[in-house]
Design a protein around this ligand. Structure first.
Ligand code: AKB
Length: 337
């Protein structure tokens, strides 16, 4: 039997890496992978094919439409929050025009196949913007609809692309005489800061968490760019990958939202440091807040309300703080270095 085709953009990024390893080992789908950078050798064998190319290259995307019957798209490619601030217009092009191109590809695929195409999209806590630190410290778990005034280009892009996904799913070509049957099924997760044992993040602002652990494991000193009391929600990569796959598999009629918060645990940079020291007693970490990056993290919630995901599709993280470090991150990272 022919395997269903899954297109993964941003294949070489952190989530892409985890998702391709997981789906590749499962072996029940054909992974067509796309990234501007060459793909890590460890996951290349799972991709049939891997295409090195740009999501802004509409000719390339047109070729994909013609060559493959894509049933599910995991559109992971994006420029993260810190990197995006150095060149906001380029970030806008990649994050927004790139997403629009992929939604367009999904529409064409759906029309061509006469079938629904699922579109899985990772959004982020960066979509939030809590105006003051005082308020951040008061509000507790933030719901999907609250404080949506992001401080970063990346956050604006993520929030707008959530709207684009909703538009394409519910209203696209609403005035067209030949309005096509609605065949895009957009499903989105707002991720907290993600932590992988396999890859180190680049260009994000929640990166201080994973960086602290990876630096300690390599025996390198780390200068943390946020204050000790800075609290953010985090999640381990295996949970993030599982959440994407569970949302993908959930029956449409169980989903009351197109965009869901999810989280695993929240901790401060100081708590992070203490855990790192338990496992790497020689770790050298200093705290020297970077004004702008601190401001960005201060606008993101300490915690998010993921009750809708828990109720609608039974979301539950496997890794709480204890298991996250003891059973996943530390053993895997010690093996890596
Ligand atoms: C970033 O820091 O930009 C990302 C995110 C929170 O989406 N890790």
């Amino acid at each position: 039997m022919r395997k269903e085709v899954v297109l993964i953009t941003g294949a070489n990024g952190e989530i892409g890496h985890g998702l391709i390893s997981h789906l590749g080992q499962r072996g029940d789908v054909q992974i067509v992978a796309l990234d501007v950078s060459p793909l890590d050798e460890s996951i290349r064998g799972y991709c049939h094919p891997f295409i090195q190319g740009d999501i802004l290259d509409t000719m390339l995307l047109g070729r994909l439409v013609a060559e493959y019957e894509i049933r599910t798209i995991y559109h992971l490619a994006s420029i993260l929050s810190t990197k995006a601030e150095y060149n906001p217009e380029t970030a806008h092009r990649v994050n927004v025009e790139g997403t629009l191109n992929l939604l367009r590809l999904a529409v064409e695929q759906a029309a061509w196949q006469g079938k629904t195409v699922k579109f899985l999209y990772p959004s982020s806590i960066a979509a939030y913007g809590i105006p003051t630190l005082e308020l951040k410290n008061q509000v507790g778990k933030v719901k999907e609809e609250q404080y949506l005034e992001p401080f970063t280009m990346y956050g604006c892009n993520k929030l707008y692309c959530e709207h684009l996904g909703r538009y394409y799913t519910r209203h696209y070509r609403q005035l067209a005489a030949d309005k096509p049957r609605n065949n895009i099924d957009f499903r989105c997760l707002r991720f907290p800061g993600l932590i992988s044992a396999v890859t180190t993040p680049t260009g994000g602002t929640s990166d201080y968490g994973p960086e602290m652990v990876h630096y300690a494991a390599r025996g390198e000193a780390y200068n943390c760019f946020v204050r000790k009391d800075t609290r953010l929600p985090f999640m381990m990569m295996p949970d993030a990958v599982r959440s994407l796959l569970e949302l993908e598999a959930a029956p449409r009629d169980k989903l009351s939202k197109l965009v869901y918060n999810i989280t695993s645990f929240s901790l401060t940079a100081e708590e992070f440091h203490k855990i790192v020291l338990e496992h790497f007693p020689d770790a050298k970490v200093s705290f020297q807040p970077h004004l702008a990056r601190q401001g960005i993290v201060d606008s993101w919630p300490q915690d998010v309300d993921d009750s809708a995901a828990r109720y609608d599709w039974n979301w539950k993280p496997e890794y709480d703080i204890n298991r996250a470090f003891k059973e996943y991150l530390i053993p895997a990272i010690k093996e890596k270095y």
